[in-house]
Design a protein around this ligand. Sequence first.
Ligand code: MG
Length: 350
Amino acid sequence: MLEDKDQESTPLQQLGEFGLIDHLTKGFSTTQKSTQKGIGDDAAVLHFGDRKTIVSTDLLIEGVHFDLSYMPLKHLGYKSVMVNLSDIYAMNAHPTQITVSLAVSNRFPLEALEEFYAGVALACKIYGIDLVGGDMTSSQKGMIVSVTAIGCAEDKDIVYRSGAKPNDLLVVSGDLGAAYMGLQVLEREKEVFKVNPNSQPDLSPYTYIVERQLKPEARKDIVALLKKLGVIPTSMIDISDGLSSEILHLCKKSEVGCNLYEDKIPLDPTVISACEEFKIDSTLVALSGGEDYELLFAIDQKEFPKIKGNPNLTVVGHMTDKNEGAHLISRNNSKIPLTAQGWNSFSEKE
Ligand SMILES: [Mg+2]
């Protein structure tokens, strides 16, 4: 659990709830103008003037969403914040504050929570957000993390899942499938370790995909890039559950159909080689893997010259009339219906 196994371990009972919160949050200062009152009262006070407030929250459960046998606590703290910031960026908004709540069993000493908060602090520093509150309690078993992110935007800039029109281009940032393949590598090494605890895994060929799993980044840079290019998407979502499920959300809320082109899906070379090694279809990984935290959005065709050739953005398809449905156009030009469980339905067809 702790990076340094020889580190001392302080039982949480020594500090009590309020002592613990004070201890873990004493290094956090506030930098956002909108933070009128942060930690230290019954509630935080935020002041956004006439801008709109955006709020998103996520719950992460040990054994369901994360496995501490290969997830360092500092990374977990960082990733818990990223997952939430990603949802704020997916509204084309800017996160400004977070609250972090934890429930932990007595197997966690103070030093473990300090590592978790070091990850939270790093995320706050890099993304320029303030920690303004949270809760701390005990759990019977394992760790539960709840993060709420608060952000703001001008009304005219906010992008919803609804709003895409037929013929809009469908665009994705970065590349897909790496976080899922990183998880496959970590799960495999965990099994090897169970059999032989002295084994030293060489993860160096998998650096990119393992990092995408353990330390994802929310795409603040893409929101800034769109602003710079003068592009406001017609609809947008972040990719947490896999490309096909997110496309279906956009189609449903926008009341459109979609053609996604298999040969356009951006894949990193290390994802392709890991897929070959694990004998998994890379398209299936991109469609259903999830945890990429890239942004998926639609733009009017006349905006295409603004994004053309940008290495961070890939046009992967276009929206169609609702009655045409949502499809993957495969490399051999067959038309396969997209489903939220793209993995199963696609493999049935093969
Ligand atoms: Mg989302």
